[in-house]
Design a protein around this ligand. Structure first.
Ligand code: G3P
Ligand code: MG
Length: 231
């Protein structure tokens, strides 16, 4: 089962920082997941739409300049990473799930993604782009059909995993709050890997493993690896 460090090893290091990504790799996670915003045609790594919770800055990401964002402390003296910084932390045999929280121009977003991948030499096949915004995923697939997509949902889809098939997604990413064995079965029947977020409790990890879930997102990759083993 894949063990993806959710915002990096975010229980032990500041979330969505290079420190958290490096720690996850040292702990033998299969890969990492992180959250992104498009700002001045760059892709930056942060979860919230506002700066207060995770940095010493103030205001909305979408109103901030790149230079202001780069001046901030995201915890333990770590900067808010650009996509390139994040990819540099990852050996290219690891999985990288880039979750899009916000973007304003899809072709320019794809140019920034391509630039970061070529600058770092990260293996494109190990990249999964996900979002709760399925309109963006649809458009991205039209423009770059080879890019792997993860269809995110926090609600139980009425028609099983049909929504993810329709999006030509590589995988379906479902909240722990709604997933059940039936949904896992439907994903398997459709040949879609199913990944579950966010799983920090050992009992939940074992239940999902028994159901045949393909991967979990966890804030505690070290514990997950010791319980489940890494693949
Ligand atoms: O990508 C899975 C998960 O990260 C989605 O929720 O809010 O933690 O980004 P959130
Ligand atoms: Mg996320």
């Amino acid at each position: 089962m894949w063990i993806l460090a959710h915002r990096g090893a975010s229980k032990q290091a500041p979330e969505n920082t290079q420190k958290a990504f490096r720690l996850a790799m040292a702990q033998q996670a299969t890969g990492v997941e992180f959250d992104t915003y498009q700002v001045e045609d760059e892709i930056i790594v942060i979860h919230d739409r506002r700066l207060e919770r995770t940095t010493d800055g103030h205001g909305q990401i979408n109103n901030a300049s790149l230079s202001y964002l780069r001046s901030l402390d995201a915890g333990d003296g770590e900067p808010i990473p650009f996509l390139t910084d994040a990819l540099r932390c990852l050996p290219d045999n690891t999985i990288c799930n880039v979750e899009i929280k916000s973007l304003y121009d899809i072709p320019r977003w794809l140019l920034a993604l391509d630039a970061a991948v070529s600058q770092t030499g990260f293996n494109r096949d190990n990249l999964i782009v996900s979002s709760f915004n399925h309109r963006w995923l649809k458009r991205i697939h039209q423009l770059e059909p080879e890019l792997k997509l993860g269809a995110l949902t926090s609600s139980y889809p009425e028609e099983g995993v049909a929504f993810a098939k329709k999006l030509n997604a590589f995988s379906v990413h479902v909240s722990l709050d709604v997933v059940d064995e039936e949904l896992v079965k439907m994903a398997k029947e459709e040949g879609l890997p199913i990944l579950v977020f966010t799983v920090d409790n050992p009992e939940d990890m074992l239940t999902l493993q028994a159901w045949g879930v393909d991967g979990i997102f966890t804030n505690v990759p070290e514990q997950a690896v010791s319980l489940l083993g890494s693949t």
